[in-house]
Write a protein that binds this ligand. Structure first.
Ligand SMILES: Nc1ncnc2c1ncn2[C@@H]1O[C@H](COP(=O)(O)OP(=O)(O)O)[C@@H](O)[C@H]1O
Ligand SMILES: [Mg+2]
Length: 313
């Protein structure tokens, strides 16, 4: 990492992009809805810069939410530091400033890796389960990350009936399903050859097995941490990528209350600081269901406050 000294001349390729003390390439490697990713100059690292935007329905609703970036960044730093302490392979390296963190640069899998410990959301419809049903063992689910209802690979293009379809891998075939369809009559709407989904199918299959172990441990750790301060975390999504010459698998991206559901059930002991939030979602679900953006950011802030207390406990 290069630290700017006073008077340092920057070439036209590089800049600080408002990122404290870290020289990064001027143009982001990738810019999504909620953050921009910058390559760190001369290091195999990236800076993830959170944005003050909040989205739902695959970007159908996107609003400017002042204060969100800081809370998301702090929460990710806190959760990832905690997971690292538990010995989990996390790409997170350090907090850079109030909106940015540094991580190993990963070659990301285009997957959302979901662990469901209790039934909420799409699985209720899919499997006819009542909300809150304990899932034992927890369900490990893969969703293919797509935008614009298309999948492109090897100079081919497929139209999809929805974005982020649920996927199942059956030997060399990747089956894609509408996440909302009932399992009883669910047929895949598309079957792709595994080489049209992953650059290195053999490595991907080995990594997915590894993800299943890591994901269970990581989400259970998050769930236990949250439970200390009365937060129920029924499900959580993580994203994974590859780093280094040996193709090591790491948890990448972020981990905040947009990554999973979080319901506040009240302080397990002692003084109740948030009586009005008991039984309420303090995660993105509130916004997804039409909640006001500022109230959503307030609730994320409550989540951060509680998580800090959980870590200190
Ligand atoms: N450590 C990392 N190295 C490289 N890319 C990353 C890393 N962590 C996350 N990313 C990528 O950064 C992008 C994050 O942007 P985001 O705003 O969440 O967009 P998206 O809508 O694609 O999820 C994603 O494409 C994600 O794969
Ligand atoms: Mg994302």
């Amino acid at each position: 990492m290069q630290i700017r000294k006073e008077g340092t001349k920057l070439d036209s390729r590089t800049d600080f992009r408002g990122i404290t003390g870290v020289l990064v390439e001027k143009d982001p490697v990738i810019e999504g809805k909620t953050k921009a990713v910058y390559q760190v100059v001369d290091e195999p690292h990236v800076v993830l810069a959170s944005k003050d935007s909040i989205t739902a329905g695959n970007g159908a609703r996107c609003e400017d939410a002042s204060g969100k970036a800081e809370i998301s960044n702090e929460m990710t730093c806190l959760i990832f530091s905690y997971l690292k302490e538990q010995g989990l392979p996390v790409a997170f390296l350090r907090r850079v400033d109030n909106k940015c963190l540094m991580a190993l640069a990963l070659n990301m899998y285009k997957l959302e890796v979901v662990e469901r410990h209790e039934a909420f959301g799409s699985i209720c419809k899919r499997e006819g389960l009542e909300k809150g049903t304990k899932l034992s063992p927890p369900r490990f689910e893969l969703y293919l990350k797509t935008t614009g209802r298309v999948w492109e690979m090897n100079d081919k293009k497929w139209d999809l009936i929805c974005d982020d379809p649920r996927m199942e891998i059956d030997s060399k075939i990747v089956k894609l399903y509408d996440p909302g369809a009932a399992l009883s009559d669910a047929k895949p709407f598309l079957e792709l050859c595994i080489k049209d989904v992953f650059e290195n199918p053999e490595q991907a299959l080995a990594h997915i097995k590894e993800m299943a172990h890591i994901n269970l441990r990581a989400t259970q750790a998050i769930r236990d941490l949250c439970a200390k301060v009365g937060i129920n975390c029924p499900d959580f999504k993580l994203e994974y990528g590859i780093h280094g010459p040996d193709g090591q698998l790491y948890i990448g991206d972020v981990a905040d209350f947009e990554s999973g559901r979080a319901v506040y059930n009240g302080a397990p002991s002692g003084e109740e600081l948030y009586p009005n939030l008991i039984g309420q979602h303090i995660c993105k679900e509130f916004f997804r269901k039409g909640g006001d953006k500022d109230e959503t950011v307030y609730r994320y802030g409550v989540g951060l406050d509680l998580l800090r207390k959980a870590i200190a406990a």
